[in-house]
Design a protein around this ligand. Structure first.
Ligand code: NDP
Length: 332
């Protein structure tokens, strides 16, 4: 691979009102980067991503399996093929879900978050990650403690920026207030967002939506699972392929492939066909049409899948008639 990244390869978008630019499409290592995936396949996808300018690699302590495997894999590459390239990359990680046994291996406590961050840094072989997230709101831990741990991550030099993931609008407002009091801003919010999952657009009991809070507070939005784990592609139109996530994994549950969802997917597929593109590209272009979204986090099992997703960046903006066709398809 070349030694120089082409900065024009993928457009950059500014994360909220921070100084951090992120590629419009980033690669997530939740699946396909653990012990159940051939090392060569992982290496091909990740090095291809970086070569194409997908410089943000999104990780978490529990990505593998086993936990910390995805980070150890990236750490290996940083010592080999990506040696000397660390500062060209945006490395992010999170803690919140189960990562090791016992009471201190999940949640939102200071003890868990900072111990986990230290393990992540060791796995990656770096002193600092670019973004450290609270992976989920933990109702059993005071938010002052969870956000306080994020602040310590920054002030101790272990993270350049911090963020929250999957927090409701209400909890996001609360987290922002704690962070402001501590003098360490939150930079990003990482929620799920796709044509089939639009919760961030809906106001919660506070009367605001996640997108509204993020916009108002200057938080970048890092949208995960834009393809709804692969449902927003053409792969499930005629059944469940053997190599697909629905057949081999546990996260894409059979109930998601309901007749109602498949009917929407088929109708969306027709909208994509009328535009002369693939459903995956339409789905990603649709998330990126939202100016409050900084980047979409795609997953990819193969280089071809990644290239298909990246081709979404070549799509012309969606017109009013196409957006209306999308809404009609979703209502079908
Ligand atoms: P996607 O919605 O992009 O789904 C990716 C999957 O879709 C691939 O693994 C593949 O599945 C299939 N796929 C991708 N491209 C194509 C294509 N062109 N044609 C056909 N199928 C395709 O995202 P993920 O659900 O993987 O999530 C992306 C990232 O978001 C994660 O890696 C993680 O970084 C982040 N995330 C964060 C969470 C959080 O709590 N903060 C939770 C979940 C994700 P298949 O194997 O079936 O081919």
């Amino acid at each position: 691979m070349s030694n120089d990244l082409d900065p024009a390869a993928i457009p950059l978008r500014r994360a909220g009102r921070s100084g951090l630019d992120l590629p419009a499409i980033s690669l997530g290592l939740w699946q396909n980067f653990g012990a159940t995936t051939a090392r060569d396949a992982q290496r091909s996808v990740l090095l291809h991503a970086v070569e194409r300018g997908v410089v943000q690699l999104d990780m978490a302590n529990n990505y593998g399996p086993p936990p910390f495997a995805a980070e150890s894999f990236v750490g290996d590459l940083l010592r080999r093929e990506l040696r000397g390239r660390r500062d060209e990359l945006v490395l992010t990680t999170k803690a919140g879900y189960h990562a090791w046994s016992g009471p201190y291996g999940e949640g939102g406590s200071r003890k868990y978050l900072l111990a986990s961050l230290d393990r992540s840094l060791a796995s990656l072989g770096v002193d600092t990650v670019d973004v450290f997230y609270s992976h989920r709101y933990d109702p059993t831990t005071p938010l002052t403690e969870t956000i306080g741990a994020l602040a310590t991550a920054v002030t101790s030099g272990r993270a350049h920026y911090v963020g929250i993931s999957s927090y409701s609008a209400t909890r996001t407002r609360e987290a922002l207030a704690v962070a402001r009091d501590l003098g360490v801003p939150l930079t990003v919010h990482q929620p799920s967002y796709s044509l089939l999952n639009r919760w961030v657009e809906q106001p919660d009991a506070s009367g605001e939506s996640v997108l509204e809070v993020a916009d108002d507070a200057g938080l970048g939005v890092v949208a995960f699972s834009p393809l709804a784990q692969g449902m927003l592609t053409d792969k499930y139109l005629d059944g469940v392929p053997q190599d697909s996530r629905a057949a081999t994994g546990t996260s894409l549950r059979p109930e998601y492939l309901s007749e109602a969802n498949l009917a929407r997917v088929r109708a969306l597929h027709e909208v994509a066909r009328a535009r002369g593109t693939t459903l995956a590209r339409l789905a990603i272009a649709w998330v990126l049409r939202e100016p409050r979204v900084t980047t979409v986090l795609v997953g990819a099992r193969t280089v071809d899948q990644l290239d298909d997703s990246l081709a979404a960046l070549d799509e012309a903006p969606l017109g009013a008639d196409e957006l209306a066709a999308v809404e009609a398809a979703l209502a079908s």
